[in-house]
Design a protein around this ligand. Structure first.
Ligand code: AMP
Ligand code: MG
Length: 472
């Protein structure tokens, strides 16, 4: 049986300014360490022998029908505009239309240098590849829009970071790799033809009902509103919400120094490169609005009279904070068992979070304990919970089935940072058992499976991971 990928490459048919043709650079000794067969089947891919898949997903053999290319894009990194980024260590092999009728990109990340590599080596090391594999698949299982992981390959080559580390390639799947930065590169170059072409491509691919650039802007706003609130609802911190890491599809993309909260504190930052806390947990909604404003600024450059469009674009961007607040109220009230929130209920959700922060309560375990556990035990001062819970219990008496609402809104399990770090350390030593186990557990995050009870435990003091390093 040989690997077959039914490519149909729409991006490669766009004008040459959108990308550079670029084959992946072969590696010394590829070894397939993970393969997502259900996702492959969904994409219409027939799996092949392990050795053949290692060759293809490492980039040593370009499969029939692929049209490998590196995409051009720009972006604001930590607020500063960089007019030329692009895929510096990734190639898009092509796209498939799956058995569900959906078009998806297949990209190799860590596949060698491209014209956009700047000073980089075009490579990735095993740690970030496995982190992205686990976290993106966990996000998918949580029901949160995300890029996905099809395969991971060890390259058999060293990668030099602060130390010498094993190299790896991730075969990543996305509904597209169009980013805010993909629009920004053409806006910065004042190429309104390219912008128009890209806008139409994005509409056709993601939002066929959107009407023109402003319709696209509103559709992306709505997708980002849902995404950001879903991140908040599971305590996720993306870590690097630059505009080049903001997908038009509304999927979570580019997992770098990301992590889930253990103890709840709104100002938590994990990324070692985020010194000002720009991308802290509680800032993510504001940054999403800021990113949408950059998208709006880029989109209007294609219009004959950009000035005339500023008002409409501003209205769309300015509506976003209130849309996020409304979505937040809905989602966080569900987390405390209230399906149809009233105004007064919102204060109750806010008050719980405040008490959690003051009492070092674990984010995931506290919310889950509201339906099936002992939430007061999560608080340094359990009375802080008791005081909150009295009016809450009275309010829940008016709800239909609050337990079911909470169980659907509060996962039992998220891939905790210390578990990910331990999994990476084991894989570097050749032991993939912790990876397999974490993947199995995170595949069913709402199931209270006793076999994975240990993975629910927050880190002990000496297990706490202070920062996930960029060293990607
Ligand atoms: P990221 O922070 O991973 O989203 O990457 C930001 C930019 O840097 C993108 O243009 C990447 O392609 C590029 N980049 C990151 N790491 C490397 C690397 N090791 N080699 C070349 N380019 C890289
Ligand atoms: Mg990126």
């Amino acid at each position: 049986m040989s690997l077959h990928i039914p490519f149909d490459n729409s991006y490669a048919r766009l004008p040459g300014t959108f990308f550079t043709e670029q084959a992946p650079t072969p590696v010394a000794a590829p070894r397939l360490v993970a393969f997502n067969e259900p996702l492959a089947r969904l994409m219409g891919i027939s799996p092949g022998e392990v050795e053949e898949m290692a060759q293809v997903f490492a980039g040593n053999r370009v499969p029939d029908g692929a049209a490998p290319l590196a995409q051009a894009y720009a972006g604001h990194q930590f607020g500063n505009f960089n007019p030329q980024l692009g895929d510096g260590r990734a190639v898009l092999l092509g796209e498939t239309v799956g058995t569900d009728g959906k078009r998806r990109d297949l990209q190799l990340k860590g596949s060698g240098p491209t014209p956009y590599s700047r000073m980089g080596d075009g490579r990735a090391w095993l740690g970030p590849v496995l982190r992205e594999y686990v976290v993106s698949e966990a996000m998918h299982a949580l029901g949160i829009p995300t890029t996905r992981a099809l395969a991971a390959v060890e390259t058999g080559e060293p990668v030099v970071r602060e130390e010498v580390l094993p190299g790896a390639v991730l075969a990543r799947v996305a509904s597209s790799h169009l980013r805010v930065g993909t629009f920004q590169i053409f806006a910065a170059r004042r190429e309104s033809d390219s912008l128009q072409r890209l806008t139409q491509y994005a509409i056709d691919r993601h939002y066929p009902h959107a009407d023109g650039p402003m319709g696209l802007l509103a559709a992306v706003r709505d997708a980002q509103v849902r995404l950001i609130v879903q991140w908040l609802s599971v305590g996720f911190i993306h870590g690097v919400m630059n505009t080049d890491n903001c997908a038009i599809s509304g999927e979570t993309i580019d997992y770098g120094p990301c992590a889930f909260l253990d103890t709840y504190h709104p100002e938590t930052v994990f990324s070692s490169i985020d010194r000002d806390g720009r991308y802290a947990y509680f800032r993510q909604p504001d940054i999403a609005v800021w990113n949408l404003a950059q998208f709006a600024t880029a989109l209007i450059q294609q219009l004959d009279d950009p000035e005339a469009a500023i008002e409409e674009a501003s209205d769309i961007v300015n509506s976003m904070p209130e849309l996020i607040r409304a979505e937040w109220r809905r989602v966080f009230c569900a987390k405390i068992g209230i399906a149809a929130p009233r105004d007064a209920d919102v204060g109750m959700a806010v008050d719980l979070l405040k008490r959690m922060a003051e009492n070092q309560a674990d984010f995931t375990n506290t919310f889950r304990a509201l339906s099936d556990g002992a939430p007061r035990d999560q608080f340094v001062d359990p009375e802080a919970f008791d005081q909150w819970a009295e009016p809450w219990r009275a309010r829940l008496a008016e709800e239909q089935d609050p337990q079911a609402v909470m169980r659907a809104a509060n996962p039992v399990l998220i891939p905790r940072n210390h578990r990910i770090e331990a999994m990476i350390a084991a894989a570097v030593d050749g032991d993939y058992a912790p990876f397999e186990r974490l993947m199995a557990a995170c595949a069913r995050p709402f199931a209270a499976d006793e076999a994975f009870a240990d993975l629910r435990r927050p880190p002990a003091v000496d297990e706490k991971v202070q920062a996930t390093f960029c060293g990607t």
